[in-house]
Design a protein around this ligand. Structure first.
Ligand SMILES: [Zn+2]
Length: 144
């Protein structure tokens, strides 16, 4: 007999590894949360901290772990955080990504492949893992 598997808190943030699975919106969310946190507010970072702690608590299988850490940080049963996460971590991260693109595009550099237009792995990457194109011969936008 198998136990019914609970939906993991962070499963919705999975990253595609095959180019057939490329989804610009999903890759953009992940990229922004990895490389553009400098443009995020303290509150957005606090909510993100809660996401990580909750995800860790699931792996830890200790139901009190997340509560203790969040209580210690003063983030437990915070109505603003609960509101921010009411539609799940993915929706929250998507809203923050949208806000950054709308309100501070000058602080964000989305590195896209000059050949296929997909978002590449890091802001400094010059090799596209989606299509294989390399542009080491071109001047990087941050070096102009
Ligand atoms: Zn490419």
């Amino acid at each position: 007999m198998f136990m019914e598997r609970k939906q993991p808190f962070l499963e919705s943030l999975a990253y595609p590894s095959k180019k057939e699975d490329y989804n610009d919106e999903e890759v953009m969310i992940r990229y922004v949360w990895e490389y553009c946190t400098h443009a995020m507010t303290d509150f957005e970072m606090q909510v993100n901290f809660c996401i990580h702690i909750r995800a860790k608590a699931e792996i830890n299988e200790n139901p009190n772990f997340a509560e203790k850490i969040l209580e210690w940080k003063g983030l437990l049963r915070n109505a603003y955080i609960e509101e921010a996460l009411k539609n799940g971590p993915k929706r929250f991260r998507q809203r923050v990504k949208d806000r950054l693109l709308r309100e501070c595009p000058d602080q964000i550099f989305i590195n896209r492949c000059p050949s296929c237009g997909r978002i590449v792995r890091t802001p400094k990457a010059r090799l596209c893992l989606w299509c294989g194109y390399a542009w080491h011969h071109l001047v990087h936008p941050s070096e102009e």
